[in-house]
Structure formats: structure tokens, C-alpha cells
Design a protein around this ligand. Structure first.
Ligand SMILES: [Ca+2]
Ligand SMILES: [Ca+2]
Ligand SMILES: [Ca+2]
Ligand SMILES: [Ca+2]
Length: 453
């Protein structure tokens, strides 16, 4: 027996009743629609406001991270050196309902397979304003023409570097513009340099997270158009900075002693204070070279016979320059292999050995550039010395943050200067448009789970 068999025969309705019923049904349906629409609208509005709150929380978390970094850099145990990675939190750091990460890169790993969370050293890159043409040419995937165009862009003159471009070339572009003939103010300015290709500048690391994501290794299936070789081929911009600079002062903030100058008394005082009886070996080395013209303090190290540890005691007090600030030195402790390759005297022959050697060094040994003598002979060391440092006064933080429940995110890159009395932000760049740089798991993890991690 079916239900239909029980259904009473349909009542016949006349025209008037039919209209009334139709009207009531219509009214009910209309009301239901209005209620549904209203409920849906409220839910959407609620969701939207929830997202707005989460996005605001993410932006707040970026500010929280900024204060945290400023605090860390103000209270460094070793001012002028990168903070110890073990001494600060960098991954999923909870901040009320939000959380932040410092997107970093392990410079000792050639092919990082997983995320690395750390602050970064701007001195780990080549400075666009001070690197020589030869150094720029040695950057992976750099062409000689683009390297020459970079030099022409920043130099004040209109003299064409072979293969480069000056105003005459820029005026032929559509639309035409002038060659800058002044220093780079940002790395992104490379886009304006003659011959710049966006794909070459960005490379395969589309989301700037230093990791090979699936879409960065699938050919042209998804952007970017990568070469699908299982290796993250970075863009040209990844190797450059405009921020690296250090004050020419010692750890007490006093002007360093110029070993090419005439401050013999002050020099002897520094040496005796730091080295006691071993000071005489340095004084002998210095006296043996009349009309001194050291190109770097590393050159002095080779002449002294001091140990690396001993030299680390005096190196922070010495200089070969009268300049108040020294721009563009590369930190030999933090630069990745591809950057070290660009340094004269290091090159492709020694860069990998330097990276391998530094992972075996103590913190005290890494305080001075002298440790490179283990890999570089005196000739190579003399070539490399003028471009190297072990100190850091420009630290960047690539901050990724999410609001509550992993909703809303913000990403901002900040560059801090630690050389003054106060730690200050010298550059700020919003990277949010590049999308969320870590995996979804990190993002959707609840704040309790993050804390437990
Ligand atoms: Ca020029
Ligand atoms: Ca990536
Ligand atoms: Ca792709
Ligand atoms: Ca690749």
C-alpha cells in the first residue's frame, strides 16, 4: 500500500478560493525568501567582518613582530653580529589570536628542501651600488649586457659601458625615459634598467619563500614558467641589496684605527690591550711595510702569524679606510655560496669550500674574517679582503602573519639599522600580494597547537 492511496481526493477549488490560496502561498514564499536572503546576508556580513578582523589582527601581528625584532636587535649579546638563531623565536610565534613567522633561508644549504625561519642579513647579498661590474657579472643567470646596464644606470656619467645602456638607449624605448645616473634606492628599481625581464628578475621563487613550491617546478602548467629541474633557480633580485652598510667604529663605538695611517700610539695601545705580549708581532709586521697601503685588514692578518682567535681580538678595532661608513661589504659568515662566488679571489673555486669551512667554526673564530685563510691563500685573500666583513648592521625581517583561525594574512619585509643609538627601520615593503608563503597547515593551525610545537 502506498501513501498515495491514503491521500484524500483533491478538493475542488473555485476561482475565488484558488486566488486567495495562490496569494497566501505566494506571500509565504516571499517571506521565506526575504528571511533566507536576510540570514544569508547576515552570515556573509559576519564572515566578512570576521575576515576583516583577522586581517587586522595579521597586520597587528606584523607590528608586534617589528617591535620584537627591534627589541632583539637593541639587546644583542654581541652588537654588530647577527643574533644567534637559537636565541629568538621565528616560527609560528603566537600573539594573542594571531601568529607570525620570519621567512628566512639557511645560507649553508645549497638546495633548501624545507622552510627555514630566521632573520636575514642584508650583508649576505651584493650591494647594487658598490659591486663591481665583474662581481655583478658573476651572479647566476646574469648576462654581460644586463650587468653593464646596471653599472650605467647607477654611474653619474653618460659613458657607455661595453654592452650597457645610457640615456641615448633609454630614449629609444616606448615610452622613452632617462637613464638614472644615480645610485639605486631599491632593488625593485632593477625593473627600470635597460633590458630588464620581469621573469629573469623574479626567477622561479614566485612567492619569495626560498623553497621550491610545486608550481615552481611544474614547467608552464602553473606560473611561473619554470624549467622543472627540481632546483630552485632564483631570480636576479634575490642576490642584491641596496642596504648593506656598517659604521667604521669598534665595539665601543670609537672610530677604528686606520692601519695605513699615522696613529701609531693608539694602534699600539689597542694591540697591547687586546693581545698583551703578542702585540709585538703585529707591530713588527706593520713596521716591516713602510708606506703602508693595506687594502684590507685581512691582508695584515697574513703578515702577522697570529692565530685566527688572536686576530679576532683586534680586527674589530682596525680599518684601512677613513670613511665614516663602509657600504656594500659582504658578510662571509652569512652569504650563500652563489654570492660568495661573485667575490674576487673566492669565485667558483673556493665558494663551496668556504661554506663548508664556516659550519665548523666557533663563534669566536667567526668574529674575524681571518678564518677564510684556511681556504684562501694569501693571494686570493688579498683579492677578497676588501669586500668582506663578519659584522652586520642591516638586518631584515620577512614577516608573514595570520589572524585568528588562520584567516587573513599579511606579509611585510622590514630592514633594520642597528648602527645608531636606536634601532630603526630603514625600509618597509608590503609583500602581501605575493600570497601566503608557507603551507596551509601552518596557517590553519590553532594558536594552542602553535604554542605546543
Ligand atoms: Ca650612467
Ligand atoms: Ca617558492
Ligand atoms: Ca610552473
Ligand atoms: Ca628550476
Amino acid at each position: 500500500m502506498t501513501a498515495r492511496a491514503d491521500t484524500p481526493p483533491r478538493r475542488r477549488v473555485d476561482g475565488e478560493q484558488g486566488f486567495a490560496l495562490f496569494f497566501i502561498i505566494g506571500l509565504c514564499l516571499g517571506l521565506v525568501t526575504v528571511v533566507l536572503l536576510y540570514a544569508n546576508g547576515t552570515a556573509l556580513a559576519y564572515r566578512a567582518s570576521g575576515n576583516a578582523v583577522a586581517a587586522a589582527q595579521a597586520r597587528e601581528a606584523v607590528e608586534g613582530a617589528r617591535r620584537y625584532v627591534a627589541y632583539l636587535l637593541t639587546n644583542l649579546e654581541e652588537p654588530g653580529y647577527m643574533p644567534d638563531i637559537e636565541a629568538y623565536a621565528a616560527e609560528g610565534v603566537p600573539l594573542d589570536e594571531a601568529a607570525f613567522w620570519f621567512v628566512g633561508r639557511d645560507a649553508n644549504e645549497e638546495e633548501p628542501s624545507d622552510y627555514y625561519f630566521s632573520l636575514m642579513d642584508e650583508g649576505a647579498k651584493l650591494n647594487l651600488n658598490t659591486a663591481t661590474l665583474e662581481m655583478i657579472e658573476a651572479v647566476p643567470y646574469m648576462t654581460t649586457e644586463f650587468a653593464a646596464a646596471i653599472v650605467d644606470w647607477r654611474d653619474a656619467d653618460e659613458d657607455l659601458t661595453s654592452g650597457g645602456a645610457e640615456t641615448a638607449n633609454y630614449l629609444l624605448l616606448d615610452p622613452p625615459y632617462q637613464c638614472k645616473n644615480a645610485p639605486f634606492e631599491t632593488v625593485e628599481e632593477l625593473r627600470l634598467v635597460y633590458g630588464a625581464e620581469w621573469a629573469e628578475l623574479i626567477g622561479e621563487d614566485l612567492n619569495f619563500n626560498h623553497v621550491l613550491d610545486p608550481n615552481e617546478d611544474d614547467g608552464d602548467a602553473l606560473p611561473p614558467d619554470d624549467n622543472q629541474d627540481g632546483i630552485l633557480d632564483r631570480g636576479l633580485m634575490a642576490y642584491f641589496t641596496v642596504y648593506s652598510a656598517e659604521p667604521n667604529t669598534d665595539e665601543e663605538g670609537e672610530t677604528r684605527v686606520n692601519i695605513n695611517g699615522n696613529e701609531t700610539d693608539r694602534l699600539e695601545q689597542v694591540l697591547r690591550e687586546r693581545l698583551s705580549d703578542r702585540a709585538s708581532s703585529v707591530m713588527q709586521a706593520l713596521q716591516g711595510s713602510q708606506g703602508r697601503d693595506y687594502q684590507s685588514v685581512l691582508e695584515l692578518f697574513y703578515a702577522t702569524g697570529l692565530s685566527v682567535e688572536e686576530f679576532a681580538e683586534i680586527e674589530p678595532y682596525l680599518t684601512v679606510s677613513e670613511d665614516e661608513r663602509i657600504r656594500g661589504l659582504v658578510n662571509v659568515n652569512t652569504a650563500p655560496e652563489e654570492v660568495l662566488v661573485c667575490i674576487p679571489g673566492i669565485g667558483i673555486d673556493h665558494a663551496a669550500d668556504l661554506v663548508a669551512a664556516r659550519t665548523q667554526k666557533t663563534a669566536q673564530e667567526l668574529r674575524s674574517v681571518a678564518w677564510v685563510s684556511e681556504v684562501l691563500d694569501q693571494t686570493a685573500g688579498q683579492l677578497a679582503g676588501p669586500y668582506l666583513t663578519t659584522r652586520t648592521y642591516r638586518v631584515s625581517a620577512d614577516i608573514a602573519a595570520v589572524g585568528r583561525n588562520g584567516r587573513g594574512f599579511a606579509r611585510t619585509r622590514l630592514v633594520f639599522d642597528t648602527s645608531g643609538d636606536e634601532v630603526v627601520v630603514v625600509a618597509r615593503q608590503d609583500l602581501s600580494r605575493n600570497g601566503w608563503p608557507l603551507d596551509e597547515e601552518a596557517r590553519t593551525m590553532t594558536s594552542e597547537k602553535r604554542t605546543l610545537r
